[in-house]
Design a protein around this ligand. Sequence first.
Ligand code: ZN
Length: 279
Amino acid sequence: MDIKKLEFESIYFDLYELNSGIFAAISAEKVPTSNAGFFDLGNYLVVFDTLMDPYSTVDLIKASKQFTNKEPSFLINSHHHVDHLFGNRIFPMNIPIISSFEALLEAQESLETRLKDFKERAPAEIKKTEAELLNEKNPNKRLELKSDLNTWNEIRKPSFNLRLPDFIINDSFTLKGTKNQVQIIYIGAAHTKGDIIAYFEKDKIAFMGDLLIEKNDPSWATATSGVPFPANSTRLRDTLIKYAEKEIETYVPGHGNLCVKQQLQENAEFYNKYYIKKK
Ligand SMILES: [Zn+2]
């Protein structure tokens, strides 16, 4: 497989074409910034996950149009966490947002609290970001701070809302395009209560969402906040082992750089050691 890094200017991610028409947006530097992708299936353009900062999702859509000459047909949320779903509201309402039933439920349950928290934090964050901007000289960092400032100002508006998934699945399915096809695989409870992944069997590529994270940190297992505890560590480990055994060459993680089988084995071992054996 010939992975190409593409010329695309974004302060948020590097863009790769993994195989013809299969693109990954990788933001390796910053945590908790997440990865996303888009797939040109011929007659359909499918976007897989959004990014935390609304402006990074604007860049993602711009890249998808520039490299495929198409408008997005579907958006998929791999799971409900806000770093993958925050950009949903940038997509026009006539574009269906696909997620599992459990992801929708979890989004409904958690986003209201999240939104309230964002709105409460907005005035202080605006102050802090304005102060940082005054002292920042690095042009990319300045751009990022300005985007953050715009985001917090948007959040503060009463009209600000997050868009939830509205095309709800309970099982796996295949999106067959005129040029390529992708299997949208329903995993169920693993990283969250309702994870889905995208699998290109012929191209030997899988977009794993947060089932796969390039580098895990043992301190997460004992952290009381910040890092979510897996909904089902055993299924998470078993899914990683199952997908490591498949004929796949490139795995796109939810966070970090592009992965190969080695990282799936490391992730499986990580969950085994720190979450499963502990019980
Ligand atoms: Zn997540």
